[in-house]
Unconditional design. Structure first.
Lengths: 102, 239
């Protein structure tokens, strides 16, 4: 294997995505779950950029750019929700938050 | 080139190990630092895949903005020690890792048995170099064919800003006090009787001292030695 194969970045992307998913499913701290979601978004970017590299296209890189912009917006909103949650319930435990109503 | 493959594998290994460290660390601050390490490695992989602009954006946006924001929120929220893997729900962990393994098997089968076939585009190494570089190509394509998505992204970012302001506003029940007050400070160190001369409001309010031998003034509520500005004025006029 002397050449960089597309399977390699696909496996890296899949591994990071699955690690993020396992973190979302197993952790209880809302902030760690939020970080895992960020990791999943970044892992999708690896697949986008990898396919763009493999096929000499730019569309994948442009889509990755949009994903990063949306991830930044999502980070702002998610952290705002976490702040509002901790102000109201004084916890970051996801198991303590069972209801959406006040 | 074997060196390229070696570097890619090294970066991938560090990224995966730090991602695993992120979900296993007990302290959320350690998790955030492990996530920074993962993102830096992903940015290096972007450079290897000829996406230099995206590598810079990755560093600036993810590790520069998002992780700093996460660390700020980590400092603001209550740092309670959650029982994560040690005394949490064991079924939740087993279920999570089981679903992860199943998904890994499925994706592995999909990657190893299928190949994606597509027509190679014009933007190989020579094409990008002829157009002036990675940033130039992205700029040309972005502002010719993707104008509407860029404007939609701008709207999303604007909505996110307004939403963050809305979510971060102070609570309604913490209203400012309606009237200005003059507050008498009570020293607990002076001898009995000396505070009558120190605090005129005490005589005006006709407060009785609590029984006992301690030289303390016991207040029934926090505003007992507090007079409003109007009362202070009225007292001055009557005198």
């Amino acid at each position: 294997m002397n050449e960089l194969m597309p399977e390699q970045f696909m496996f890296l992307s899949a591994a990071l995505f699955i690690i993020g998913m396992v973190g979302v499913l197993t952790r209880r701290n809302v902030l760690v779950i939020f970080m895992c979601v960020e990791l999943m978004l970044a892992s999708v970017n690896i697949a986008f950029v990898g396919f763009a590299w493999e096929f000499s296209q730019m569309t994948g890189q442009i889509f990755a750019l949009f994903v990063i912009a949306i991830a930044a917006a999502e980070a702002v909103i998610g952290l705002g929700i976490i702040m509002a949650l901790t102000r109201q319930r004084d916890t970051v435990d996801i198991n303590e938050v069972r209801e959406l109503r006040q | 080139m074997a060196a390229e493959v070696l570097i890619f594998n090294l970066l991938s290994a560090v990224a995966i190990v730090s991602a695993v460290a992120m979900i296993t660390m007990r302290n959320p601050v350690h998790s955030a630092i492990a996530l920074v390490l993962t993102f830096v490695n992903v940015a290096a992989i972007f450079i290897m895949l000829r996406a230099e602009f995206l590598a810079a954006v990755q560093i600036i946006v993810y590790t520069g903005a998002v992780l700093v924001l996460i660390l700020f929120v980590l400092m603001l929220v209550n740092p309670d020690d959650l029982p994560e893997f040690h005394s949490g729900k064991p079924m939740q962990n087993v279920f999570g890792f089981g679903v992860g393994l199943i998904l890994l098997a499925e994706i592995s089968v999909a990657i190893l048995t299928r190949t994606v076939v597509a027509e190679p585009g014009p933007w190989n190494e020579e094409g990008v170099a002829a157009a002036g570089g990675n940033i130039q190509v992205i700029g040309q394509l972005l502002y010719s064919g993707y104008v509407l998505p860029i404007q939609a992204t701008a709207l999303v970012l604007l909505a996110a800003t307004i939403g963050a302001l809305f979510l971060g506003r102070p609570d309604e029940d913490q209203e400012p006090s309606p009237k200005r007050r003059t507050v008498a400070t009570i020293s607990l160190a002076h001898t009995r009787g000396a505070d009558d001369d120190l605090i005129p409001a005490l005589r005006a309010a006709n407060i009785k001292r609590e029984a006992g031998d301690r030289d303390l003034i016991m207040a029934r509520d926090a505003d007992e030695f507090t007079t409003s500005a109007e009362e202070e004025e009225k007292k001055g006029q009557s005198e």
